[in-house]
Write a protein that binds this ligand. Structure first.
Ligand SMILES: *Cc1c(COP(=O)(O)O)cnc(C)c1O
Length: 391
């Protein structure tokens, strides 16, 4: 049986609505969001969908996170705490704003930041916390951020429409929520991002940073601060609007089939499955294995059975990435990893986050998920997992 994939038309929800959107834009001759209407409408629809006052579109999820980090305005050498299990797009914006990424360890079952480890990592230079809602499960760092008095940025790239246990939508709980529209996310325009906030000052800073520091509201060509060009195009915006309209359906379909797999595997010994099935966004279906089961051998058995599953999600946790452990960052220098008054480089590399390292190396297995899976796909996965872990 072949499994629909987010890399193929049969595993995406791209259809006539997206074709119509692109055609509509092309016919106007205006492809830039500075003067067009699609991206502004997308921002309105995104803000409304989350019941917040502002959304700012960007050219990628990484760009949206860069807008968020720039908006909370760390001084060079300030620290931002985040997760070692994420996309590098969570970390790159911290370095790009000359701040220092600090990694806290994660929960052994969800892979999400452990609030106690985050609390222990808070220091005098902590400027923000970036929570990553890994695979679609809410990472609840609201209390620890509030206690520390620092802004919470939510990386919702994998967690469209996920909810906290109290029902709050992810992305609306902290200062800023960031989303990705990259090819492999729940909805896509190829590459794109959105940042949402209820704070008009943060929204304005993000808008300026995405557009060369150029406030378009005055008549003059002025640059009021540092900014890049992270604008989304009208073509991407039109596709993203059509995709956003399909998001609830995508989530409902993913939740329905994930619930079926969850039930089918609930009696299999040695597996830890996500809890809170109805709040999860099911970007992937993660399973944590109890030793002596190990992720590489189980994933190999699943791959041999034709199931799209991978061990570990990452090859190595982000705190072990050469970009942090050894490579130069700016020119030949390791700036900004130690900016006075810091007198030594921060610690990265193996041993720093043992729980994250164990997940990636041996216990975490991820199964690709897709809104086009049928019950037959789910039943085949369930059977293959049962055989792979009991044989
Ligand atoms: C995909 C992703 C990003 C980066 O988004 P891009 O659109 O690929 O730049 C950031 N964080 C997480 C958790 C992601 O999954």
């Amino acid at each position: 049986m072949s499994f629909p994939s987010m890399a193929d038309a049969d595993g995406r929800t791209l259809g006539q609505e997206e074709i119509d959107g692109v055609t509509r834009v092309l016919r106007t001759g205006m492809l830039s969001s500075v003067w067009g209407t699609e991206v502004r409408a997308l921002e309105r629809e995104m803000a409304d969908r989350h019941a917040v006052s502002h959304a700012v579109a960007a050219s990628s999820g990484t760009a949206a996170l860069h807008l968020a980090v720039a908006a909370v305005a760390p001084d060079p050498g300030d620290e931002i705490i985040t997760s070692p299990i994420s996309d590098f797009g969570t970390v790159a914006p911290i370095l790009a704003q000359n701040a220092v990424p600090v990694f806290a360890d994660v929960d052994p079952y969800t892979g999400n930041l452990d609030p106690a480890a985050v609390a222990a990592a808070i220091g005098p230079r902590t400027r923000a916390i970036i929570a990553v809602h890994l695979f679609g499960a809410a990472a609840d760092l609201r209390a620890v951020a509030a206690d520390a008095g620092v802004p919470l940025i939510e990386d919702c790239a994998q967690a469209w429409l996920a909810r906290y246990p109290d029902g709050t939508l992810v992305g609306t709980a902290g200062a800023i929520g960031c989303f990705s529209l990259q090819q492999w996310k729940h909805i896509t325009c190829g590459d794109g991002g959105l940042a949402i906030t209820d704070d008009p000052a943060l929204a304005r800073r993000m808008r300026l940073f995405a557009d060369k520091g150029w406030p378009r509201d005055g008549g003059r060509r002025q640059h009021v601060g540092l900014g890049l060009n992270y604008r989304m195009t009208e073509l991407a915006g039109a596709v993203a609007r059509a995709q956003l309209a399909k998001l609830s359906g995508v989530l409902a379909d993913r939740r329905r089939t994930a619930t079926r797999l969850h039930a089918a595997l609930s009696d299999v010994p040695g597996l830890h499955l996500p809890t809170d099935v109805d709040a999860h966004a099911w970007w992937l279906f993660p399973i944590v294995l109890r030793p002596p089961l190990d992720n590489r051998s189980v994933a190999a058995r699943l791959a041999a059975a034709g199931i799209p599953a991978r061990p570990g999600y990452l090859d190595q946790p982000l705190h072990c990435a050469p970009a942090l452990t050894e490579a130069p960052i700016y020119g030949s220098s390791r700036y900004p990893l130690a900016v006075p008054p810091a007198d030594r480089l921060p610690t990265y590399g193996p041993g720093l986050c043992p729980v994250a390292e164990r997940l990636v190396d041996s216990t975490l297995l991820v199964i690709d998920w897709n809104e086009r899976y049928t019950d037959a796909h789910v039943d085949e996965i369930a059977h293959a997992v049962r055989v792979a872990v009991t044989s």
